[in-house]
Design a protein around this ligand. Structure first.
Ligand code: SAH
Length: 452
C-alpha cells in the first residue's frame, strides 16, 4: 500500500472537485481533502484509503493559498451547506466558471468555454427560503439547524449567513412555541413525533414572510399560541401554514397544506412583475441572482412580436411571464397543480393576456402541443437537477424551434442533454454560468442552442 489510514503526508492542493474538495497528488495517487484551497501546502491526515484514491483531513496548513480568507461561520466545517467559506468569492467564481466549462466540454462535447460567469454583488444573505430541520439532541434539547455533510445529523445553528436575516427571529419564535407547549419533535429513526421542519419563505421586494411548519400529524396543538408567537416576533409574517407530511421519507414537504393564519401565499416582485407563490410552488431561492439569470435567458430567447414561446417546467410562470411582453404568445407547462394555479393568477395580476398554462408532465404536454400543431419559435427548458427525459428533447426538436434556451441547476445533466440535442440537429451557440448559489458547490447555467 502506498498509503495507510492515519498516515500524515505533505500535500500540495492542485485543484478542486465539483464538490468543493481539494485534490493533491501523492506519488500518483489522488488525495481528496475538504476545506482546502488551490495552492495550499498542507499536512494531510489520511482517514480513508481506497484502491485509486485516498481521503484526508487537514492536520496543519504549512503554506496557505492566496485564495484563502478567514471563515466567518462557526459551523461551516460541520454543516453541509457551504463549501467555499474559506476562499475568496473571486476564487470561487473562477472555480465555478472552470467547472461548468469543463463539464460542458467533457460530457457535452461543446468545444468552447462558458462566457464570463454572472453573479450578485455580495455573496451573503441572499436566500429567500429555508428548510430547517428540527431534532432533539442527545440531552433532550430542541435543536434547529442544518444537516451535516452527507448525513441527517442536525448541526445546531439558529442563523445562517446565506439566509435573509429576518429568519432568525422567526425560528426563535417557533422554538419558543415548541418549548412552551405540549409539542413533540419528529424522530426519523422511529417515525414518531410531530414537528419535522420549519419551512420559511420571504419576498425580497415585499418583505412578506410565510412560515410553514412541516408536521407528522394533522394539526398543531395550541395553534393560537403558535400564531401569537409568530405574529409577535417582530417580523412581517403574512402567512402561517401547516404542511402535512406523514410519510417515512427524506422528502421535506407533503402534498397537503392548511393555512392557519393570513394568506395562502406570499407575493414578491421579479423583473418588475408581481408574483404570487404558494408553499408547494417552486420559486428561485436567490431573487437578485434570478433577475440576472432571467435577463440572460431573455437575451438568449431574443423574442420578436410575432413569436411563440414554450416555457417547459415553468413553475409559477416566472420565466415566461417576464418575456411575455416581447412575444405574441407564451405557453407554460408544469406538473405541480398549485404552481400552475399561481402561474395563471400571476398572468392575471400583471395584466398579461397572451399567456396560457398547462398542468401536465413536460413530456406528455409537449407531445400534445406538437399534435395540436403548435410550433414555438423559442423553447425555454428549466428542468429539475435530473434534466430532461430523452423524449422531451426529441419532441422539442420535432417542434423545430429556431432557438432553445436551456436553464439548468446541474451542468452535468445540461451537458448530457446538449449532446443529445446535437444529434437532434441543435448546437450550443453560447452558454453562461450564473452563480445563483454563492458559497455552496452549486451553480446555475443557461445555454442557447440553435438549429444547425
Ligand atoms: N422555471 C421555473 C421553475 C424551475 S424548477 C422558475 O424559474 O421558477 C423546475 C420545475 O419543474 C419545478 O416547478 C417542478 O415542479 C417542475 N417539474 C419537475 N418535473 C416535471 C415534469 N416531469 N414535467 C413538468 N414539470 C416538472
Amino acid at each position: 500500500m502506498l498509503l495507510n489510514k492515519n498516515d500524515e503526508i505533505r500535500l500540495k492542493i492542485d485543484a478542486l472537485t465539483n464538490l468543493g474538495s481539494g485534490i493533491g497528488k501523492y506519488k500518483e495517487m489522488a488525495v481528496f481533502v475538504d476545506g482546502t484551497a488551490v495552492g495550499d501546502e498542507i499536512i494531510a491526515h489520511i482517514i480513508k484509503v481506497k484502491k485509486n484514491y485516498a481521503v484526508g483531513k487537514v492536520a496543519k496548513i504549512v503554506k496557505a493559498s492566496k485564495d484563502r480568507i478567514v471563515c466567518d461561520c462557526e459551523v461551516a466545517s460541520q454543516c453541509g451547506g457551504c463549501a467555499f467559506r474559506h476562499i475568496s468569492y473571486e476564487a470561487e467564481l473562477r472555480e465555478k466558471q472552470q467547472a461548468v466549462s469543463d463539464v460542458m466540454m467533457r460530457i457535452g462535447s461543446v468545444d468552447f468555454p462558458a462566457k464570463e460567469i454572472l453573479h450578485i454583488e455580495k455573496p451573503e444573505r441572499y436566500r429567500n427560503k429555508a428548510q430547517i430541520p428540527v431534532a432533539l439532541s442527545k440531552e433532550g434539547n430542541i435543536t434547529v439547524g442544518f444537516y451535516s455533510k452527507r448525513s441527517h445529523r442536525v448541526v445546531a445553528s439558529e442563523d445562517c449567513l446565506l439566509q435573509m436575516p429576518q429568519f432568525k427571529n422567526v425560528v426563535s419564535a417557533v422554538k419558543k412555541y415548541i418549548a412552551e407547549n405540549p409539542v413533540t419533535i419528529y424522530d426519523e429513526s422511529t417515525h414518531k413525533g410531530l414537528i419535522r421542519h420549519i419551512y420559511l419563505r420571504r419576498g425580497r421586494v415585499t418583505g412578506e414572510i410565510m412560515v410553514c411548519l412541516v408536521i407528522n400529524g394533522d394539526s398543531a396543538p395550541k395553534k393560537e399560541r403558535l400564531i401569537e408567537a409568530l405574529t409577535g416576533c417582530g417580523e412581517s409574517i403574512s402567512s402561517i401554514v401547516l404542511n402535512i407530511n406523514k410519510k417515512d421519507t427524506n422528502v421535506v414537504l407533503g402534498d397537503k397544506c392548511i393555512t392557519i393564519w393570513g394568506k395562502d401565499y406570499i407575493e414578491d416582485e421579479l423583473c418588475s412583475l408581481k408574483f404570487r407563490i404558494s408553499p408547494l410552488s417552486f420559486y428561485q431561492v436567490n431573487p437578485e441572482g434570478t433577475e440576472i439569470l432571467y435577463g440572460k435567458a431573455r437575451e438568449y430567447a431574443d423574442l420578436k412580436d410575432n413569436e411563440t414561446l414554450l416555457d417547459l417546467y415553468c413553475g409559477a410562470g416566472t420565466i415566461g411571464l417576464t418575456m411575455a411582453k416581447k412575444a405574441k404568445q407564451i405557453i407554460g407547462v408544469e406538473v405541480i397543480p398549485q404552481a400552475i394555479e399561481n402561474a395563471k393568477e400571476n398572468a392575471e395580476i400583471n395584466g398579461i393576456t397572451n399567456a396560457r398554462f398547462i398542468c401536465d408532465d413536460a413530456s406528455g404536454a409537449a407531445k400534445t402541443l406538437y399534435c395540436e400543431g403548435i410550433r414555438p419559435n423559442v423553447v425555454v427548458l428549466d428542468p429539475p437537477r435530473k434534466g430532461c427525459s430523452a423524449d422531451v428533447l426529441k419532441t422539442v426538436a420535432d417542434m423545430n424551434p429556431d432557438r432553445v434556451v436551456y436553464v439548468s441547476c446541474d451542468s452535468a445533466t445540461l451537458a448530457r442533454d446538449c449532446k443529445i440535442f446535437a444529434e437532434l440537429g441543435y448546437a450550443v451557440k453560447e452558454y453562461t454560468a450564473v452563480d445563483m448559489f454563492p458559497r455552496t458547490t452549486h451553480c446555475e447555467c443557461v445555454a442557447l442552442l440553435i438549429k444547425k
